[in-house]
Write a protein that binds this ligand. Sequence first.
Ligand code: NDP
Length: 484
Amino acid sequence: MTENNDLWFDPSKCLINGEWVAPVGGEYLALENPSTGEVIGQIARGQAADIDAAVGAAQAARDGEWGRWSALQRGRMLTELGRLVLTKTEELARLEAQDVGKPLKQARADAIALARYLEFYGGAADKLHGETIPYLEGYTVYTLREPHGVTGHIVPWNYPMQIIGRSVGAALATGNACVLKPAEDACLTALAFADLARQVGLPAGALNVVPGLGGEAGAALTGHGGVNHISFTGSVMTGSMVQASAAKNVVPVTLELGGKSPQIVFEDADIDAALPFLVNAGIQNAGQTCSASSRILIHKNVYDQVVERMAARYGELRVGPAMDDLDVGPLISAKQKGIIDGFLDLGSDLEAAGRGVLENAPDGGNYVRPTLFAGVDAHHALAQDEIFGPVQVAIAFEDEAEALAIANGTDYGLVASVWTANGARQMRMAKAIRSGQVFINNYGAGGGVELPFGGVGKSGHGREKGFEALYGFTTLKTVAAYHG
Ligand code: NDP
């Protein structure tokens, strides 16, 4: 069905209770290659009945063999799974490139990051523990960190492997049984991963995957009474619906909803060092990144120089099919291209300081020219809304106070970076910026599997990645023993 002839799983099925099964309703969705627009296969259109079976399988796993595994066993299994993923890097990358349109080197980096999450959470599984608490005479009090039980994972299409690694990896490490609903536009690596987990001996039902539409399989999962925790990454609108749906069952939710992340370049910044980060953080994965840096705030004294140099880089960016492995691939879907074209139209009266080059881009593919808009007012829609395409805006500022006001002047707060040689300013800004992560003289820290990640404001709540995620995927029980 795809250019990859060695598929080791059936992409048109669901994985439930360790078995590949056809969707109960017998319906399927077409799988499109975003680089060409061609249909390359089909995936299951899972519905409520499939989700119900998956949740039932997860409950049985939680109450059965999986629930009895020690932390050491879980950790070893995840570590071994990480090793297997590494040996499959090339196959996973090619699958992702065809399914999602990622240039191959970016898809490879995602597969390697997935392996790294598994190594990290494999190693962490038996390091998580409760505490003893000094209490009244005659008591011994301690806490236990216990899995929620069944966790639901709604994963978007932009970084399937990385998001599965950080959420499913942490959930399995802590002993939860998972039901994963990948995005309809990006199911292949989720299914491939689940089969690899089966191969290393993950007990049946500990990880179930049901592809399908968000409004059907996704909604059925978030509203299911048998689910004890939900991890969601995606849009603000869908995230708030997911939270409302989970609220009916009083189920905790982790929401990671993207952002409008600024990089702030002061006049004393090392501009040579900053430049690759300024552009790459905006165009990586065609800008379809929750932590994309879509606002570049530049001190007025270096504004022209920075914009000119960024524009020169934009002029060199090559855009084309994922398999050509250029700088920027297609957008995920025609729908997403329509959204980005709408944003580009909004900037038609602005100075476009730089645009990328379309190279050998097939007509049916979802390509847009990466674009840098200069001289943008901080209140313009292009500077306020999450665009989720390869579009950045450059905004000039006068001083630190104005830079901070602009940086904090959106509904979001996921990531920010500060480029300055002034140590006191680094500390002041890091403290004052409202954001889940702040980077000083870098951006993104190369992905940082170890670094807690999540937002404030409309960027969401809860933290994934790093050791912190393990707290989110567990619940704390206090035991107070009176022994006199
Ligand atoms: P959504 O938020 O709608 O989709 C994200 C995930 O949620 C997908 O797996 C989707 O499944 C699922 N979903 C959709 N509706 C429901 C529902 N009612 N209940 C449960 N799950 C549901 O994003 P879109 O794909 O529509 O993209 C639109 C915009 O969202 C983008 O332009 C971008 O701004 C933002 N976005 C942000 C992401 C981030 O990383 N923060 C990731 C993706 C999008 P399915 O795709 O099968 O419908």
